[in-house]
Design a protein around this ligand. Sequence first.
Ligand code: G3I
Length: 451
Amino acid sequence: MSMTVRRLSRAATAGLVAAAALTAAAHSAEAADTLGSAAAGQGRYFGTAVAANHLGEADYAATLDREFSSVTPENEMKWDATEPSRGGFTFTSADRIVDHAQSQGMDVRGHTLVWHSQLPSWVGQLGASDLRTAMNDHIKGLMGHYKGEIHSWDVVNEAFQDGGSGARRSSPFQDKLGDGFIEEAFRTARAADPAAKLCYNDYNTDGVNAKSNAVYNMVKDFKSRGVPIDCVGFQSHFNSNSPVPSDYRQNLQRFADLGVDVQITELDIEGSGSAQAADYTEVVEACLAVDRCTGMTVWGVTDKYSWRSGGTPLLFDGNYDEKPAYDAVLSALGGSGDPGDPDGPGDPGDGTATCTATYTRTADWNSGYNGQVTITAGSEPISSWTATVTLPAQQSVSALWNGTPSLNGNVMTVRPSWNGTLAAGASTGFGFTVAKNGSDAAPTVGTCTAS
Ligand code: G3I
């Protein structure tokens, strides 16, 4: 679809806009029992990253439409997706997301205009002068297509290096245009869509550190010289190596004090159960404590499509069941869950927790094999499980992952490592490598015990 066609069709589709407004009104009139409505009660949006190719999946779309008030295209607005060849703009997948969001009364965050990654190779081949023109044309082309339809744009993404130096990251833009490319991108963006909030977005800037200090100094400089910048995005990808920083709130606040909005833009936290829930609570509370923290976006709807799905970092599991982290976020936003939902995590349940364990050989070679045991919760949520695996006498286990084993002779008892909490019907599993030592027989998997 060309830019012109899109703008004309937007203006001509008053019915669509009216329908979106009605849906939005319906959302806000509901009790605060979804993430979006609870966040709205706090004057914030609650968004998610969305992939166009999942919108056709009924559960995906239903969860998205019910819970979220803002969407960020996960990959569809990136340079490689929108301008794969110079001047050859293509918006099909991004339009699909924007159209879906608008039909549901959701806002759209634009991600992202200038980034070193997911950059088509032709961009890196340009000389400085051509590159400057191409960068500005890309901003104008993309922002022009969605003019008036995007609440915030990540104008520049991840331009600073990790580590202690606070230096800019090497990229075609940095290497050929120097520090000034960021300022130029923001000025071009302001002219392209004056209504959109213009954000700088980065990761590992969530606490006070050398990298966030460097971004802070840039924003301070921009504000003092009138370079147009409206917000800073904190990606907030957390796990045990990169936990929620203890000075997260203070860091958000110091940026807000520079006179910009702050947004949590790509939130996900690896883990499970109550520990993950507590981390999510901390993040939401930090945003709510900062007046200029205008909203939060989680980086995906369901664990199964997360960019790091092995870490189960999101609020809905692979079956779209609400995780303890979901309950924690809803509660931190001041919302209330549905106590009548018999499948909701944390519900007392009305029977005994159960699980099943099933075994598959996933790889096989002369001297060994890999086994995988899948643990599936029964009709009640479970908070832990135990499974036994008995190996034929000659065999021995050389490695085990996603579980905590204890060995008694050839009987391995395996308990969860990070993956104890399962919603009703949800699955996890552990894997292991076995040395055959002359026996190719299969192990026996005993009864799964849940609590
Ligand atoms: O769509 C193709 C598919 O056709 C192909 O078969 C497959 C083979 O690898 O690749 C698919 O594309 C992948 C795409 O995700 C869609 O799934 C790309 O390889 C993969 O690189 C891409 O990863 C994305 C990543 O950015 C790229 O840097 C993730 O989905 C996306 O979640 C992630 O998002 C970034 C933010 O933009 C910036 N901040 C960090 C964040 C996480 O890395």
